[in-house]
Structures are given as C-alpha cells and as structure tokens.
Design a binder for this molecule. Sequence first.
Ligand SMILES: Cc1cc2nc3c(=O)[nH]c(=O)nc-3n(C[C@H](O)[C@H](O)[C@H](O)COP(=O)(O)O)c2cc1C
Length: 369
Amino acid sequence: MITGYTIFLKEVTMLSSTFTKKLNISYPIIQAPMAGGITTPELVAAVSNAGGLGSIGSGYMTPDALCEVIQKTKDRTDQPFSVNLFVPSDDEVTYSREELKEAAQLLHPFYTELDIEIQELPTDFEEPFEELIDVVIDEGVPIVSFTFGIPSEETVSRLKRAGAFVIGTATTVNEAIHLEKAGMDAIVAQGSEAGGHRGTFSTSYEQAMVGTMALVPQVVDHVTVPIIAAGGIMDARGVLAAEVLGASAVQLGTAFLTCEESGTNPIHQKTILESFEDSTVVTNVFSGKPARGIHNYFIEQMNDYEDAIPAYPFQNTLTRALRKEAGKQQNIQFMSLWAGQGARLSKKTKAVDLINWIVREYEKLVAKK
Ligand SMILES: Cc1cc2nc3c(=O)[nH]c(=O)nc-3n(C[C@H](O)[C@H](O)[C@H](O)COP(=O)(O)O)c2cc1C
C-alpha cells in the first residue's frame, strides 16, 4: 500500500527532494530547536554534519549569548543550521508589582524545601526579540524558525531580504493558514505529543491539543508550503508515518534530548530514559505557558494555583532561580523535565548515530513493503 512512498529518504540520499535541496541538507530530519541550553553548538553541528538540520533554540538567550553560540556552531560545521526565536505575545498582559509579589509568594515554600534563600522579586521581564533578529541577520543564519506566534510583516521581510528561509509553528490548521499568509516558507505542524512548550497562539491550548496523526494531513490539505511533522516522532517508523501523512520533513526534539552532545542536565536525561508513554503532562506551572514535561512534585503542588499563575514570560522569570538551583542539586522534583510522549523510545546515543540509525531503519522499512 505504501510503495508510492519509497522515496522520502532515498530521494534525499540522492539529494533530490525539493525541500532538502532548498535547505541544502541531505536528510529531512530536523533536530528541534530547544531553548534552555540544550541545543549546544556540539549538538547542532553534529546534526548538521550528519546531514540533518541542527537548530539553535535562542529563547531565554541574550543577544551576546546567541552570537557566541552561533560562532561556536560555525567553528564546528560549514553545513546549514537554523536559529529559532520565541515570538513575543500580542496581548499586552501586564501585572502590578503586587500581583507578581503574590505569584512569587506561592514559590516560597519550595525555596525552603530546596534550602535556598528567598529571591528578590525580579524587575526585568522583557525578552530581546528585535535584538536577537539583528544577530540572526548579522550572522547570516540561512534558516530561521519561530514559535508562539506570527512574526511581524517587517521582521519577515527583513529576514527574507537577508536571504533567510523562514519557518513558523502551528498547532491547528487555522494557525498554519495564518502563518502561510504571513510569508512562512515552511510550517512545523506540532502535534500534542510534542515535548516542551505548545506553540499555540490563536486559541486555547486545550482546544489545540491535536495529535500529530490528525494534525499533519489536515494542515497539508490546507496550505501549499512544505509541512514539517513534529510530536512523538522518535525513529524511522515515525518518519515513514509522517511522510505518508504528507509531511516534507520531520522535527524531533525528545529523541535528541538524550544525545551525548546535548546540554540536557544528566539527571533530566536519566529520567527520560526511565520514563514511559504516560509519564508526561502539559502544565503552565513552570513558565506560565503550557508545556509538556515529566510529572513531578512541583507540578503536583502548583496545580491548585494553575489559574493564579502569571502568563509567560512572567512565571518563567519568577521560577528561574528555583529551577536553576534544582538543576544544580540534581533534584528532579523541582526541575522542568520537558519531554514528549515518545520518551519511552529514547536512547542514549551520539547525534550522528541517531540520524544514521533512523536512515538505515527507514530504508529497511521501505524495502519490506
Ligand atoms: C526540551 C524542549 C525544549 C523545546 N524548546 C523549543 C524551542 O525553544 N522552540 C521551539 O520552536 N520548539 C521547542 N520545543 C518543541 C520542539 O520544537 C518540537 O515541537 C517537539 O520537541 C517535537 O516533539 P517531540 O519532543 O515528541 O519530538 C522544545 C521541545 C523540548 C522537548
């Protein structure tokens, strides 16, 4: 039945897929951008050197930090890689100092549990989106992706004038249609299985919890640009399935979290390697924006306050010290252990081996049909 699909990776092995040709990569396998120090220059370069597309997650970074990561990545590869940015929210959500103080107070018992001093209320909640765009343009990054919204017309045309290929993230058909209209060259269709933050920007996250299997073909039917399937894809079976659904490429996050080159905290990696398909939940308690991660004590305790939690980026800034300290103490009960529902399929491996294994297994699957 699927003999017509025997060319996805074979084709690209021969560098003849339109999508991979356009991006100048060998395999339509994208290592998901993952903010928070996970996408080290070593990981991004290893993926790009192996023929996939490595991606830097620039969320939470300062412009200088992004510059440094790009330089270090360039030192390690001459292949294309991408940078991903968080689109700031259009809604002017603001909070009074009093409201933020109250939200911060909800965290005080956890400081005590971790035996650290209660932190002063931060004053700076801004994210330097425009400055990060400047860095990406100055550094000539060839592929730029976005999540959490639609970049402005001005941003899109600046990037296009600089020759960049731009990618948006959708969790519904409607979001994909808007992203195409805004000039995106390709769109990530992020299914509800996906680890990390939901890219949803046009509706409630609950309504946009559409699984990859249902989302990808519906998005494919309603836009003309190439679709990149994301969410729950961990191996060649997922790649072939995505291809059959009409995707032009796949984006894998969780599968790369346990790669040796990733910056994932070792205890986070260990927890993923020991987790199951039902170990994760979607929660806003760490950052103020719904994200999928492994269930733990902090999520359980904070769930009662879900509605009192300030939106992203406020809650993210408020919990930063707590998360950082928990990471140092290797205390998984207070860390944001982002991971997708495919976590049980994770392996500890090198990025190049993961990509080669997927390609090999894909070819075997296709040969069997
Ligand atoms: C730890 C982690 C961090 C992530 N950070 C980002 C990010 O900064 N930008 C982004 O567009 N997507 C981010 N994502 C989502 C991925 O792009 C992708 O949609 C997801 O990982 C795909 O699902 P999978 O984890 O099941 O492979 C993140 C995912 C994880 C697991």
